[in-house]
Ligand binder design. Structure first.
Ligand code: LLP
Length: 382
């Protein structure tokens, strides 16, 4: 294997540690901004992917808004300097105090997922004497062909309001003194690597817009959520996702009304490739039929392989060996699922070597836990 992956790690840095290549992040944001430069297109960063202040600073500077799914995420965005009128708030289970926080700060929009939630937002807005800006999240019943844990747009998922149940809720919003119906919101899943589901989404939206347009109801905003996938198998081949194809598809197939805004909530595609989890090899253990590389990072630091059977490319950053061996790379956690990958070919690996888990900038550090009373991983940037 060619050893062409390196980074400037300060001497003595404690592992496991997340390393962020902010130059790549800035390049990614530059391409994203160029490729989304169509009339009415606006991108909100799905902060759930990574809320590290090192990352947020760059995202703020690039001019994106934020898509938040909890009071904590709204607060993280505010602390990072995002303006409330660029923050949207989604999520199936918003607490009363989180709704209040959103309304007190005057955020851009609350994406509402059920009639029950609308009741609560309306009464809180009434008690505060304000009008709550909302978008109704519609479940378009589209199969995004992604892992079942991260598909969200199927009728059987807990997310959104089904198309069949939408109309009375739309009319309720229109009649309410404390609800300002700003738009319709959709999100069909994450790590979507085909164009078809997005094209199908455009069709669903176009049909809905025609239907409601005939009833005299227009929506200033259409929000199509996030979901654009990244290349986990070969990150070097595609360090920046294909934003051109993604945005041009929406430009081509989505029939926007004059002055209408099209919002996107991208997380993974913005930050995945700029992040690497760096871990030190503790032991190389011979089993009966296998060799295990036991590293100091575990599923507590990067849960994606254990939870979604996700593949992250692994590189040995320090071995000088030109010979390869096949290993299972595992963590120290007391769970059989604490395996990063099986039967991986690596240059001969020894105690003390540094391994890099690539494409870990999204849903990596933010999903870390303290299970086994471990410390959370640290982070550094170039
Ligand atoms: N908007 C909504 C309403 C969402 O639920 C999500 C992600 C996004 C936007 C951002 O999607 P993205 O552009 O990042 O695909 N932890 C999982 C991913 C969970 C995604 C949840 N929702 C993973 O590690 O693969």
């Amino acid at each position: 294997m060619v050893q062409n992956f390196s980074m400037n790690l300060p001497n003595g840095v404690r592992t496991p540690v997340y390393y962020y290549d902010t130059k790549l992040l800035d390049r990614t944001l530059g391409v994203l901004n160029d490729m989304s430069n169509y009339p009415g297109f606006k991108v909100h960063y799905a902060i759930k992917a990574n809320a590290n202040p090192l990352i947020l600073k760059h995202i703020l500077n690039s001019g994106l808004g934020v898509d938040a799914v909890s009071g904590g995420e709204i607060q993280a965005a505010l602390n990072a300097g995002f303006s409330p009128d660029k923050i949207v708030f989604a999520g199936v289970g918003k607490r009363d105090d989180e709704i209040q926080l959103a309304l007190v700060h005057g955020i851009e929009c609350l994406n509402v997922e059920s009639e029950a939630e609308l009741d609560v937002i309306e009464s809180i807005a009434a008690s505060m004497g304000v009008k709550a800006p909302v978008a109704l999240r519609v479940n378009p019943n589209i199969d995004a062909h992604t892992h079942s844990y991260i598909t969200t747009g199927l009728a059987e998922n807990k997310f959104g309001i089904s198309v069949e149940m939408l109309e009375p809720i739309v009319y309720r919003c229109v009649a309410s003194h404390h609800i300002d119906l700003r738009g319709l919101h959709f999100h069909i899943g994450s790590q979507i690597t085909e164009s078809d589901p997005f094209r199908m989404l455009c069709n669903v939206v176009n049909n809905l817009q025609d239907y409601y347009g005939n009833l005299g109801i227009n929506f200033p905003i259409i929000n199509v959520g996030g979901g654009l996938g990244v290349n986990y198998d070969n990150p070097d081949a595609e360090p920046i996702p294909d934003f051109r194809t993604y945005f041009s598809l929406f430009h081509k197939y989505m029939h926007l009304r004059p002055g209408q805004e099209l919002h996107f909530e991208l997380g993974r595609s913005i930050v995945a490739q700029c992040g690497t989890l760096v871990s030190r090899v503790l032991y190389v253990k011979k089993g009966l039929n296998k060799k295990f590389v036991i590293v100091d990072a575990g599923m507590t630091d990067l849960i994606r392989p254990a939870l979604y059977q996700a593949h992250h490319e692994i590189r040995n950053m320090t071995s000088l060996s030109s010979e390869e061996e096949t290993y299972d790379v595992v963590g120290p956690i007391c769970e059989s699922s604490d395996v990063f990958d099986r039967d991986v070919k690596l240059p001969i690996t020894k105690r003390g070597d540094l391994l890099a888990f690539r494409t870990a900038g999204a849903y990596g550090e933010i999903m870390a836990s303290r299970y086994n009373c471990r410390e959370l991983p640290g982070s550094i940037s170039d």
